[in-house]
Ligand binder design. Structure first.
Ligand code: NAP
Length: 292
């Protein structure tokens, strides 16, 4: 079994980006600049955004964190987005999800200029991705593709089962694993809460990608010997032995599943850091006008 070191891999890629950025700057180009909008005081969101800002530093990017309190209105956010769209200093930006209930996230995401949509959530980028055109790929699936590639994991002709069909993970992941190319060329099955016989379907998978949000959903009985298991889930479970009173676990019962796998990602330090890394790759592309 090979444990995929997402944190180490992300660090290597950030250093590669840094070298490229230093060269760009020494040639008189502007540093890539990422902005992040955080509304409200959700602790998990704050920790994700803080990580993104830290990664900007490592990659040699400029970053701007725009924090507003939970009462910030939808109109005010729309106005802020217009300003960011028109700010030539900023190459790309993200609006950290989830947004407070009084703000319609779908409406807000539509307002983001697709050229600056480094999270890859705008329908134009999604559509371009689905058609195999140059696009900002959604960060989590894109980070997973990087992992598969760097670990030289064979995907051609493999059966990939994606568990979950969200617009930010499961759905785009299934499209990318089925696309022509590497990583890709898989036969893909996507399963969700209405699927019958999930266990049986997952047992047929050469590659399992779990993005459900239920701790230890994928058990050892559901995984065939030699499978590749990518655990996207980030779930907080109570743990009195830690200072915070909780710890993070994935959607996979790691302890029991790992011995059966050819490759597996841990939680934490698996997919999470690669997601941030993919965001940095998109920001670099935005600053070089590589997509649009
Ligand atoms: N590592 C990272 O960087 C990263 C990034 C994003 C998300 N995440 C984590 O990944 C997990 C999933 O995130 P998400 O945003 O995709 O979640 P989501 O929007 O809540 O989607 C969850 C998906 O799981 C399916 N599901 C729920 N219960 C199920 C069940 N009992 N059996 C089969 N399918 C079931 C849902 O099916 P229906 O569509 O039928 O409801 C849905 O498609 C969460 O733990 C999240 O924190 C991690």
């Amino acid at each position: 079994m090979i444990l995929i070191d997402g944190a180490g891999l992300a660090e290597d890629i950030l250093q590669e980006i840094r070298q490229e950025v230093d060269l760009m700057v020494s040639n008189g180009k502007k540093r890539p600049h990422l902005a992040a909008v955080l509304i409200g005081d959700n602790p998990a969101s704050l920790s994700y955004v803080t990580n993104k800002v830290k990664s900007c530093e490592t990659a040699g990017f400029k970053s701007t964190l725009i924090k507003r309190d939970g009462n910030f209105s939808e109109n005010e956010l729309a106005q802020l987005i217009e300003e960011l769209n028109n700010d030539s200093e900023i190459d790309g930006y993200i609006v950290q999800l989830p947004l407070p209930r009084h703000i319609d996230a779908d409406k807000i995401l539509l307002l983001i200029d697709p050229k600056k949509d480094v999270d890859g959530f705008h329908p134009l980028n999604f559509g371009r991705m689905a058609q195999g055109l140059p696009a900002f790929l959604p960060a989590t699936p894109s980070g997973i593709l990087q992992m598969l590639e760097r670990y030289k994991i064979e995907t051609d002709g493999k059966h990939c089962v994606v568990i979950g069909r969200s617009n930010i993970v499961g759905n785009p992941m299934s499209i990318l694993m089925a696309r022509k190319g590497y990583p890709g060329n898989c036969t893909v099955t996507i399963v969700h809460s209405r699927t019958h016989n999930i266990d049986e379907i997952v047992r047929q998978a050469d590659i399992v990608i779990a993005a459900i949000g239920i701790p230890k959903f994928v058990t050892s009985e559901m995984v065939k010997d030699g499978a590749v298991v990518i655990d996207v889930g980030i779930n907080r479970i109570a743990d009195t032995s830690t200072k915070s009173g909780f710890r993070l676990v994935g959607d996979v019962d790691f302890e029991n599943v790992a011995p059966k796998c050819s490759f597996i990602t841990p939680v934490p330090k698996g997919v999470g850091p690669m997601t941030v890394c993919a965001l940095m790759i998109n920001t670099l592309k935005a600053s070089k006008s590589e997509i649009y």
